[in-house]
Write a protein that binds this ligand. Sequence first.
Ligand SMILES: [Zn+2]
Length: 150
Amino acid sequence: MTLIAALRPEFVDHVPPEMEPGVLYVSIPYSTCGHLCCCGCGEEVFTSLSPARWTLIYDGENVSLDPSVGNWGLPCQSHYWVRDGRVRWSRRYTDREIADNRQRDRARLDRHLRGDRPEEPEWREQPERSSGKTRPGLVTRFRRLGVRRQ
Ligand SMILES: [Zn+2]
């Protein structure tokens, strides 16, 4: 297997079924990128572009992807950054780190789907005042009465 050291962008409507190694196919209509795994295993890697997934940076010549590409689902489990068209290798993560990463990705995606801002701190996600929710109608009525009396 030959390591792929660089990815050059190719802007396409559809990512072709047969991808060439060393090319990062960028489909703006489908907000997705495809490339063959840079470890050389030949597996296809798709990175969808969205605020909660990957951000593509194109400087007119080279591309960067943020965050890193972690192919935890592939047998090779390769992990690398694409920076200015170069492939920067990251060390192999432990199973624990992979699990943590996946959880963080999922949480980030969930927040995005709910329309929350990504910088929302984690504690805001805890449900608040769960005990007061049993009879909200009654509480509201009392409060209204109080207001009317004054
Ligand atoms: Zn691979």
